[in-house]
Design a protein around this ligand. Structure first.
Ligand code: HEC
Length: 194
């Protein structure tokens, strides 16, 4: 099993141990499931977003992000699994704010990118133990593409109509100022270990 540098650092500082999760075989299964869920989630959301932009433009697509992203997250989550998107600069401060571990991983992703690693291949796994059980954790980086900048880019990138709507819907918005290729956030999956 491959752990990235960040996961290893996390293992040391948070006492997350590979043993806590059980066998390599189980871990391989959790990883495979998490990868599949992350891919499906991002494809469905990206597809819906692109479709809405094509039909109704960027302003209308804000509603897709606001409604569809949390609905999809809920759909893929269960009693034993949570799926969400997090960011160091969240737009949705309720759903998008990372917990302690997620924040560390996101910071690690940014550092790795600065060191020249391509974000598309960045993922991290770890086990954690807390009062509510043992968990397999998975995060995958989400790089910003050119089209994302209409809603997440600089002052010049974002059309005025979009700016106005974002201000009204997300007064605490931190998710602007990105450039293409930069890491916008990550998908984060927390799966209970049997
Ligand atoms: C039409 C505007 C729009 C476009 C285009 C857009 N986003 Fe967003 N994005 C939003 C909105 C609105 C939210 C907040 C959704 C919510 O309330 O959960 C959001 C939230 C997110 C989040 C969750 C973390 C957070 O900040 O709350 C990520 C990650 C994200 N976007 C990445 C992207 C990426 C990557 C692209 C391009 C593939 C993209 N977005 C394109 C409007 C947009």
């Amino acid at each position: 099993m491959q752990y990235s540098r960040i996961a290893v650092a996390t293992l040391a500082s948070f006492a997350l141990t590979a043993q806590a999760g059980g066998t390599d075989e189980a871990e391989a299964r959790y990883l495979e499931e998490s990868r599949k869920t992350a891919q499906e989630f991002m494809q469905t959301l990206g597809g819906t977003l692109k479709q809405q932009i094509a039909v109704g433009g960027f302003e209308s697509a804000i509603g897709v992000c606001k409604q569809v992203a949390p609905a999809l997250a809920a759909q893929y989550s269960s009693d034993t699994r949570t799926v969400k998107r997090v960011s160091l600069k969240p737009r949705n401060s309720v759903q998008g704010t990372p917990d302690h571990w997620e924040k560390m991983v996101l910071e690690g992703f940014d550092q790795d990118q600065q060191a020249g690693k391509p974000p598309a291949s960045m993922e991290v796994t770890a086990y954690s133990e807390s009062a509510d059980g043992r968990w397999f954790r998975y995060m995958k980086a989400i790089p910003a593409q050119a089209m994302c900048l209409k809603c997440h880019g600089t002052e010049q990138d974002i059309p005025d109509g979009v700016k106005t709507l974002l201000k009204a819907e997300y007064p605490q918005d931190k998710a602007t100022g990105y450039s293409a290729g930069q890491i916008r956030g990550a998908i984060s999956i927390r799966q209970q270990v049997q």
